[in-house]
Design a protein around this ligand. Structure first.
Ligand SMILES: Cc1cc2nc3c(=O)[nH]c(=O)nc-3n(C[C@H](O)[C@H](O)[C@H](O)COP(=O)(O)O)c2cc1C
Ligand code: SF4
Length: 419
């Protein structure tokens, strides 16, 4: 498989890649300009459907299909919300787009807004992203000044579009799409029960599409080259390229773009320059902290695509690869993660509010050498009851890694309990 196709990262090596002038030099905004004269809104959605693009925010839901769920003839405004909350531990790919290619995201949002009939779009960014917000707002200001955004997009389309940056206050749960909507509305960021889904009842009670930064930034390439060209990249069911952020004891951690289906072992050995001297691979969390962990043996055969991850009992998630070496203390690692989820639970569902806290307390005492016989069984039982019983999937996201660590590295927990 070629690892040279660069869609999202094409400009990253260029000086001032974030500036409008640089983006225009590389043909930026030409596609969006053309789309207005070349396509009807439904044709744009059809191209995105044909591309097979699946949402890059974690759940992998087909983007074009989501857009087509919007009700017709409802008479209400339609909103587009770009999800740039990026709160999952290990995930840091979207901020690179905000910092290095903000105009690519804006162009994607213009095309998406045209497709869905949105005239007021929001970008929800976590507040800690001070520099990415600065870059993003700078790009939006440039786009307004050039007449790319505003009451008449590109000055000749008669299409009005405003893009508003909304800075979040740093709650992981606000990345969940309905909590994000509540937060933009000025309320406490708590997930809503679904259905109704945001496509039907979303921001301010109106039809709303929530898409991840990477998903939207991919749209200009799809419209420029055609949905079919995108669908030729990647694998049968996982089309296109994807950004992966990789952290841990590898020689070159960072953000890489590869075609879906790229072998994880090759990713670590070739792109990331292998493990650091003196470090031996022990385990990998492939798609962000909520995705079940893989052992070093499982890494040998895993390809980075939706279906292969599912077959291996894990998920591609948001594409945050966390590498662990032989010096990693698994009890300590999962205790840290459990603490994160207990802290981030919004508290409205009992299995999540109590479960995350209970698991953290048990893991903490095991980690401190005060574990008791039966602790592992209790953890397995509590986590089983946290799954599929709550308003949003944060509870599942907290339970799955604990189950994965216990399943794959149980002897380490038993040894710590025995003392
Ligand atoms: C607890 C939680 C946190 C989430 N955080 C993010 C996030 O930071 N960014 C993101 O795009 N999606 C996040 N999601 C997924 C969103 O709910 C939603 O599926 C996504 O933004 C849709 O965009 P996509 O279809 O382009 O992937 C999160 C989901 C949950 C349950
Ligand atoms: S699962 Fe947890 S985070 Fe999600 S709504 Fe329920 S309590 Fe809140």
């Amino acid at each position: 498989m070629a690892d040279t196709v660069k869609i999202l990262t094409a400009d990253w090596g260029r000086k001032d890649s974030h500036l409008l002038a640089t983006y225009l030099e590389s043909g930026g905004y030409e596609t969006a300009r053309e789309v207005f004269s070349k396509y009807k809104p439904e044709d744009v959605t059809a191209q995105v459907k044909a591309s097979g693009l699946r949402g890059r925010g974690g759940a992998g839901f087909p983007t074009g299909l989501k857009w087509s769920f919007l009700p017709k003839d409802h008479g209400k405004p339609v909103y587009l919300c770009c999800n740039a909350d990026e709160g999952e531990p290990g995930t840091f790919k979207d901020r690179y787009i905000l910092e290095l290619s903000p105009h690519m995201l804006i162009e994607g949002m213009i095309i998406a807004s045209y497709a869905i009939g949105c005239h007021e779009a929001y970008i929800y960014v976590r507040g800690e992203f001070v520099f990415p917000i600065e870059r993003l707002q700078g790009a939006i200001d440039e786009a307004y000044a050039a007449g790319i955004l505003g009451p008449d997009v590109f000055g000749n389309t008669g299409f009005a579009l405003d893009i508003i940056v909304h800075s979040g206050a740093g709650a992981y749960v606000c990345g969940e799409e309905t909590a994000l909507i509540e937060s933009i509305e000025g309320k406490k960021g708590q997930p809503r029960l679904k259905p109704p889904f945001p496509a039907v009842v979303g921001l301010f009670g109106c039809p709303t599409i929530v898409n991840n930064v990477e998903s939207l930034a991919t749209v200009p390439w799809i419209l420029k080259n055609g949905g079919e060209a995108y669908a030729k990249l990647g694998t049968e069911k996982s089309k296109g390229t994807k950004l992966f952020s990789i952290s841990g004891p590898v020689n070159k951690p960072g953000v890489y773009e590869v075609e879906l289906g790229f072998p994880l072992k090759r990713f670590i050995d070739e792109l990331c320059g292998g493990m650091k001297a003196g470090s031996k691979l022990k385990a990998v969390i492939p798609g962000g902290s909520s995705t079940p962990i893989l052992t070093a043996e499982e890494v040998e055969t895993l390809n980075l695509d939706y279906e292969c991850c599912q077959a291996a009992g894990t998920m591609l998630g948001s594409g945050a690869i966390i590498v662990m070496d032989d010096k990693t203390d698994m009890v300590d690692a999962i205790t840290t993660l459990a603490h994160f989820y207990a802290h981030e639970s919004c508290g409205q569902c009992t299995p999540c509010r109590w479960g995350t806290d209970w698991c953290y307390k048990i893991l903490k005492r095991i980690n401190e050498g005060k574990g008791q016989p039966g602790d592992i069984e209790t953890l397995l039982e509590v986590t089983a009851n946290m799954m599929g019983t709550t308003v949003c999937p944060l509870s599942d996201a907290a339970a799955m890694p604990i189950q994965g660590f216990l399943k794959k590295f149980r002897p380490e927990f038993e040894a710590r309990i025995k003392g």
